[in-house]
Structure formats: C-alpha cells, structure tokens
Design a protein around this ligand. Structure first.
Ligand SMILES: CSC[C@H]1O[C@H](OP(=O)(O)O)[C@H](O)[C@@H]1O
Length: 351
C-alpha cells in the first residue's frame, strides 16, 4: 500500500465512492478538483484534458471502467461483460495516442473476464484493480526517477535539465516520469535548475511543469519552445528529459508536439536526450513509430490564448498534439527496470 505523502501532487484520487481529478485546465491560477461519479463524465474529463498525461489518463480510464461497471444493472455475467465492452469503447474513443489508456482498459476487462463470481463481486475486484494500477504507477515513477540518476551526465557542478510539456506528477499517478528524474536528481542534490519549454499550444510546461517545480522548491526557468536551441548553444543545458505517450518496439517515441524538433536540436549540440516512461507506455505491437496514431485537436487551441484571439478569420490550422521522435535521436529510454538504449527495449517485452 502506498502512503500518499502530504506534500506530493496526485492528479487522480479515489475518495469514498467517486474519483477526484485535479482540474489541470485551471492550473496554475486555480488548484481545484472535479468530482467524477459517472463513466461518461470520466470520458469527457479525459477528452477535455481536465486529466491528461499518458499514465494519468490510464489511471483515469481504469477508474472510468469501474464507474461504468457500477452503472450496469444486471446479475447476468455475459450481459455484464458485453455492456462493459461498450464502456471500454467509449473510453477508447477519448484520445488515440497515449497507449496507457488502452493498456489500462484492457487490464480492467481482463480482470472482469478472468474473475469467477457474481457480477457484484466482479465490480468489487475491478475497483481494487483500478486502485492497484493507481498505486503501482506511483511506485513505477519513483523507480523511473531513480533509474534516471544512473544515466544523467556526471559533472562537478549540479545539472541543468530541459524538459518539454509536462511529464510530472500531474501526468502520472504521482511523482512523474521526466519530472520523476528531475525530482530524484533534486533530492540527490545533483540538480541546479529545470528549464521548462512552455509547450505551445496548451502550455503544459509554462502552466503545469513550472507549478510542480514551484510547489517543490525546484528552481525553474520557463522558456518559449523556440528558445531551446539558443539555450543549448550557450551551454545552459546538460541534458533533455521528456515523457512519452507511446513508444514503439524499436524505441521510436510519440510525445508532445515539439519533442521531435527538440531531439534534433539536442543532437546538433551533443546534448543527451532521454525519454522517461513506464513499460505500460511501450507498444510492442508496433515495430516502429510510423503507425502511432497522432491526435489532432481543435484549432481553437492555436488561434486562442485564454480569451484572446491571435489569428484573423480566413486562415486554416493544423493542430497535431504529438509527433514521433526516431529512436536514433534518443540517448536512452529510462524505465522502472532501468535505462536502456532504444534498440534494447525488446528485453522488457515479457514483463
Ligand atoms: C508522463 S507522459 C506525459 C505526456 O503526455 C502529455 O500529453 P498531453 O498533455 O496532451 O496528455 C505529453 O506528451 C507528456 O510528455
């Protein structure tokens, strides 16, 4: 059982008979929770990014499967499993890129179909499974953070790490993946500062990564996405650490839009480029990243910042939320089982 430490951030919390989600669209100006008691509301919360980040989406979907199971009124096992598939389909259609969503849904369906007993008992076991997925992800992130320490550059001074988007506690069950490495480096007194890409268009870096760092007293500098090359040329960045939404078997990695260009810039400046992610983010069904589905989101994310419209009418928009970084641009993939070069991921396939 994981003890939730008070000063930590947990974006998805089961409380009594409902799920509490930190409303990440309101951060950093408001730290509020949304209560979710229905599966359709959980689907909407994922789609509208109240909860976001690959592992966090997986945990939210796991609870969404339980909430949907709770809504099914039947004692007939076959009918229950058939209607549970409709809940799964609704949740699958929320966001296409983060494989953790599909992994968590499949875990919940496997629990239901492999559990012997009454429908009520199946529902109880599903809730326990969702709680287990939640608790295990926190442990996984802490292991990723500590594994990252072994591959970060060693230098006499403390390190400056650049990250993109938010792969922190808010994007996971807690502690974070890329920010998990940051937290572990900070606690090991090896970190001087984080440079956080603001990460257009939804500004997860400026809004969320910076908020997490400030909460923890970690020095953080927010830069616009187009400043990363200049910072590297000035020697300000010792390494880049990012999260992932889906990693193919060869190590090609889908992550927030802008990650690919950041990897190219890091290569050009001989700056190590690390991806931090749990094994649940690796899609061994895909040989490479060419077929990773890339979510396209509403153009208003580009043409509007808050209430301010920044583009004239009459223009068209292209808003892919992710891009794919080829494995050859990645120095190592940091997992809960250790950091490996991208071409050595297959050793984890049986885990
Ligand atoms: C811990 S992985 C988080 C991953 O998810 C983010 O995408 P979004 O904010 O759209 O859910 C981003 O790609 C992060 O790296």
């Amino acid at each position: 059982m994981i003890t939730l430490s008070t000063n930590q951030v947990y974006p998805v919390i089961w409380k009594e008979d409902r799920v509490l989600l930190i409303d990440q669209n309101k951060l950093p100006t408001e730290y509020t929770f949304v209560e979710i008691s229905r599966s359709d509301d959980m689907a909407q919360a994922i789609k509208t990014m109240i909860v976001r980040g690959a592992p966090a989406i997986g945990v939210a979907a796991a609870y969404g499967m339980y909430l949907g199971a709770r809504e099914i009124e039947t004692d007939n096992r076959d009918e229950f499993l058939t209607r549970l598939e409709q809940v799964a389909q609704m949740l699958r259609q929320t966001r296409p890129t983060a494989v953790n969503l599909f992994w968590a849904i499949a875990q919940m369906q496997k629990t239901a179909s492999q559990t012997i007993g009454s429908v009520d008992y199946l529902k109880q076991v599903m809730l326990e499974t969702a709680k287990k997925i939640n608790a295990e992800d926190i442990q996984t992130c802490q292991a990723i953070g500590d594994a990252g320490l072994k591959v970060l550059p060693s230098k006499p001074d403390k390190l400056c790490l650049l990250t993109h988007c938010n792969a922190g506690a808010l994007a996971t069950a807690g502690y974070g993946t890329a920010l998990g490495v940051v937290r572990s480096a900070w606690r090991a007194e090896r970190l001087a500062r984080v440079y956080a890409d603001e990460t257009r268009p939804r500004l997860q870096g400026a809004r969320l990564t910076s908020w997490e760092c400030v909460q923890e007293g970690i020095p953080v500098t927010v830069i616009t996405d187009n400043m990363a090359a200049h910072c590297m040329k000035q020697g300000l960045i010792d390494a880049v650490v990012v999260g992932a939404d889906r990693i193919a078997a060869n190590g090609d990695t889908a992550n927030k839009i802008g990650t690919y260009s950041l990897a190219i810039v890091a290569k050009a400046h001989n700056v190590p480029f690390f991806v931090a992610a749990p094994l649940s983010t690796i899609d061994f069904e895909l040989d490479n990243g060419n077929k990773i589905p890339i979510e396209e989101r509403h153009p208003s994310e580009i043409y509007q910042i808050g209430d301010t419209v920044i583009c004239p009418t009459g223009v068209e928009f292209y808003n892919p939320a992710f891009d794919v970084t080829p494995a050859e641009l990645i120095s190592a993939i940091i997992t809960e089982h250790g950091a490996v070069p991208p071409n050595q991921l297959k050793q984890f396939q049986s885990n």
